[in-house]
Design a protein around this ligand. Structure first.
Ligand code: HEM
Length: 489
């Protein structure tokens, strides 16, 4: 059998030869290919085929049904900050040890303290910004970003009170490094020639930013090691209190630990902040949904058990609907196979890049009624998404894979559970504290620019602007104590 149909290629350059090669151009080309040829198509990265799958049942069959075969990652040429991460590790024993380490740390970690602290600070900074803003108008993006980043910093390095300048410096370095790497490289779609041409002029800047990042992170790791020595716990008798504690126990080298900390922060912070901004934008746009959420929160916090609808809190349905409609990652990280696989009459050759259209699957009109409409009720009892949980693990059925914002199968995001908790708790508390009002209205119609800026993470093209009206029912400390999600953290 032959390769799935696809785009013509130029020898050595492949089929993505726009300059600079961007994810926006990838999405446009893939959109056209899927329209013409169906859900499985081929692009070329130099001389290597890259197969893109945009249908949930085929995604399920490959990622879950043939889990081990499709859990491989293509070998990476990148030895930078990402060189020793879990995501770039070959599917094998090193990957298994590191992934188990992260998953068990996340499962056991006491996240409620640092999470409450960062939500508390976020609420306070929004209150200050609203008080200063003309007519209480704020652009919350940077405050959301800072709060989420500081929460994950606390989980990673064990420093709940990291000095603001260190935090800002670290955030800045993350942003700088990300702006210098070629995004298509993460999908293994850059032929070597293009990579060289693209990286050569910026390699010095990249090297210098990575060196600064290395220095700051090794400093934090050393501080943590000293702290453990002082409390006499170098051997690891007590439960680890942060991700770095677990890395020190594994006896890893400096480069490995820095790389794993980079991955932890990088994989967690931007995705989660982006999801949070999309959710809040939706709540501004749909005032009726925000009101319904507020009612649900109020009913639940007074302990009313006489519920007539699903036991799933409405906030969870809101988060799931936002992840379906606006998944931060429109594609997975690149997968590959360890053997030739025959798929619906086509051949997926061993070693080819394989990836999945996450956004296409979540917006598939064959799976979802009016997929473009934002309707959290789909995830309540009896709704078309009621059995979907956002995370499709190895044993889950095809139906639960009607969306896959966190991937699926063996490489599925190990931080999905934590991300869901962070999102739910943050949204719940932001709505408890403020009414999120629109700034622009045309007639009676609320206007919020919901267009996308394609990238490794698809953010809002125009950062959200909103008018924040403080609700006077709760003080900030009451907020967490009474939250329904908070209790489970
Ligand atoms: C809304 C937030 C998040 C989204 C949408 C998200 C999404 C994803 C996606 C799509 C993948 C690729 C799966 C694949 O290639 O098959 C992934 C992988 C990964 N994510 Fe997340 N993620 C989020 C939060 C987090 C958090 C909080 C952490 C850690 C604390 C994390 C750590 C990772 C790691 C380590 C991998 C690589 C897994 C592997 O290769 O085995 N992510 N994530």
């Amino acid at each position: 059998s032959s390769l799935p149909p696809g785009h013509p290629r130029i020898p050595l350059l492949g089929s993505l030869f726009t300059s600079p090669p961007t994810i926006a151009s990838l999405s446009t080309i893939l959109g056209r290919l899927h329209d013409t040829h169906g859900p499985v198509v081929t692009l070329w990265a130099g001389s290597k085929p890259a197969i893109f799958i945009a249908r949930h049942d085929i995604a399920h069959r490959t990622l879950v049904g043939m889990g081990a075969t499709f859990a491989q990652r293509p070998p990476s040429l990148s030895y930078g900050v990402n060189g020793y991460g879990i995501n770039s590790a070959a599917y094998g024993s090193r990957w298994a040890v590191l992934r188990r380490n992260l998953s068990s740390y996340l499962a056991a970690a006491d996240t409620s303290g640092p999470l409450c602290l960062s939500v508390d600070r976020l609420v306070q900074s929004l209150e200050v910004a609203a008080a200063k803003g003309v007519d209480c108008v704020v652009v919350p993006s940077d405050m959301l970003r800072h709060a989420v980043f500081s929460f994950f910093t606390a989980l990673c390095f064990g420093e709940e009170d990291m000095a603001d300048d260190v935090l800002v410096h670290l955030r800045g370095l993350h942003a700088e490094i990300l702006s210098l790497v070629v995004q298509l490289d993460a999908f293994h779609l850059m032929p070597v020639l293009l990579q060289l041409a693209y990286y050569f002029p910026r390699c010095w800047k990249l090297f210098s930013a990575q060196k600064k990042h290395h220095a700051i992170v090794t400093g934090l790791i050393r501080a943590r090691r000293r702290w453990l020595e002082n409390v006499g716990d170098v051997g690891g008798g007590a439960a680890p209190r942060c991700y770095v504690d677990t890395l020190l126990r594994l006896g890893l080298g400096d480069h490995e630990m820095v790389s794993l900390c980079w991955e932890f922060m990088n994989a967690a912070a931007k995705t989660t902040t982006t999801a949070l901004e999309w959710i809040m934008a939706r709540l501004v746009l749909h005032q009726d949904i925000q009101q319904k959420l507020w009612n649900d929160i109020a009913t639940r916090s007074v302990g009313n058990n006489q519920r007539t609808r699903s036991d799933r809190p409405f906030v969870e349905a809101v988060v799931l609907e936002a992840l379906r409609r606006h998944p931060p990652a429109h594609y997975l990280l690149a997968h590959t196979t360890d053997r030739d696989v025959s798929l619906d009459g086509y051949m997926v050759p061993k070693g080819s890049v394989v990836n999945y259209g996450v956004a296409d699957i979540g917006r598939d009109a064959a799976l979802w009624v009016e997929p473009d409409v934002f309707r959290p009720e789909r995830f309540l009892e009896g709704g078309e998404g009621s059995i979907v949980h956002g995370i499709a693990s190895g044993s889950s059925g095809r139906e639960t894979m009607k969306m896959m914002p966190f991937g699926a199968g063996r490489r599925a995001c190990p931080g999905a559970g934590l991300a869901m908790k962070v999102l739910q708790l943050s949204v719940e508390n932001l709505v408890k504290r403020f009414e999120w009002k629109p700034v622009g209205c045309v007639g009676k119609k609320v206007e919020v620019d919901m267009s996308e800026r394609p990238g490794l993470v698809t953010e809002m093209r125009t950062p959200l602007r909103t008018r924040l009206v403080v609700r006077n029912h709760y003080t900030t400390t009451q907020i967490y104590r009474r939250t329904s999600v908070g209790k489970t953290l």
